[in-house]
Ligand binder design. Structure first.
Ligand code: AN7
Length: 352
């Protein structure tokens, strides 16, 4: 008989802020594949794994934080939750709110979230507010509303979100048997780099790992406040998930970088798209553009002769490519149209 993964709260309960009184709101999140990337390992002269977070129930890593945040909100008697989002947080919050029997309200930057994510919030019945502003404006609004009205905030400024997200670091160690030398990921609001670093530190402190990785984060060049050392008032990137100019976990990201001996750098949209196509065409992993920022960063480091060799490297690819398919189709050759005849198909395929 096969055993189904129980969702990350049950699997990692001892590491999480839950008790017997916490109603567990789960869609079976976590336990995502850590896929060894053969071609990438050859190309980068390191052992490279991809932590495929697009396999979570709503298609992104956000479900890890959301199962804990919504469970704790339910424990506290919340009837409604609110979040600001570049898309994935709103998709996740609206789904977990349904599971918990709560209402959800999501604030997104008007016209700047991917269609798949918009569809998720709508189909799960969230009250969707499209704000004339960017993500940073949405977050300020969401915080204000949660302070003054009866709604719980489930953005990553809520510490329960970070607690859930740190379990991805546990899973990496549980699979490889040790923490990697380098952990690479995209950085937007900087919750995830904060969470992974917390997870690796906790496993190290509890002797489940003998080392901690260097944390390497990458922002999009048009939305790189941490790299440039200043808020960005009008962030711009095709990777809308990380189109963020004033990250909530800015300080924690700097701490993760410095305590781990890591780095936070930036990559251009062209570099992101090149890495996006590499993942799909060489490693069979279809991610959304923001998720390719980590690999884009590794390629950049290699070009600048700053990439070591022979190391264990894990790249978190944060979200599923189906959420934002326009970048897969952009510039693609038109499909070949044929009549429904085998011979015509064979000719078109070059078989005769
Ligand atoms: C696919 O959904 O901020 O640095 O509101 O969706 O933890 O913010 C999404 C962020 C990377 C950046 N990859 O993570 C939101 C939101 C994907 C993302 C990030 C996001 P953080």
């Amino acid at each position: 008989m096969s055993k189904q993964w129980q969702g990350l709260i049950k699997e990692y309960a001892e590491f999480l802020p839950v008790s017997d009184k916490t109603p567990i709101v789960s869609l079976g999140e976590g336990g995502t594949p850590l896929v060894y990337a053969c071609k990438l390992s050859d190309a980068l002269k390191n052992q490279v794994w991809l932590k495929v977070e697009g396999m979570n129930p709503t298609g992104s890593f956000k479900d890890r934080g959301m199962t804990v945040a919504i469970s704790k909100a339910a424990e506290a008697g919340a009837k409604a939750v609110i979040c600001a989002s570049t898309g994935n947080t709103s998709a996740s919050a609206s789904a977990y709110a349904i599971k918990a029997g709560m209402k959800s309200a999501v604030l997104v930057p008007d016209g700047k979230i991917a269609m798949g994510k918009l569809a998720q919030a709508v189909v799960h019945g969230a009250t969707l507010l499209q704000v004339a502003g960017n993500f940073d404006d949405c977050l300020v609004l969401a915080q204000e509303l949660s302070e003054n009205y009866p709604v719980s905030l489930v953005n990553s400024v809520n510490p329960d979100r970070i607690e859930g997200q740190k379990t991805a670091a546990f899973e990496v160690v549980d699979v490889i048997g040790e923490a990697p030398d380098i952990h690479v990921l995209p950085v937007g609001n900087a919750g995830n780099i904060t969470a992974y670093w917390a997870g690796y530190r906790e496993y190290f402190d509890k002797s489940f790992a003998k080392q901690k990785p260097a944390m390497w984060g990458f922002q999009a060049a048009g939305a790189a406040p941490i790299v440039d050392g200043a808020k960005v008032d009008n962030p711009e990137t095709i990777a809308t998930a990380i189109r963020i100019g004033n990250p909530a976990s800015w300080k924690q990201a700097i701490a993760a970088r410095d305590e781990s001996g890591g780095l936070i750098d930036k990559v251009t949209d062209d570099e992101i798209l090149a890495a996006y196509h590499y993942l799909a065409s060489q490693e069979a992993i279809f991610v959304e553009p923001a998720s390719a920022a980590g690999l884009a960063g590794l390629f950049k480091m290699q070009k600048e002769n700053k990439l070591p060799t022979g190391k264990n490297i894990v790249i978190t690819v944060t979200g599923n490519g189906l959420k934002d398919p326009q970048w897969a189709l952009a510039g693609a050759e038109a499909a070949i149209k044929i009549p429904a005849k085998a011979e015509e198909a064979a000719i078109a395929l070059g078989l005769i």
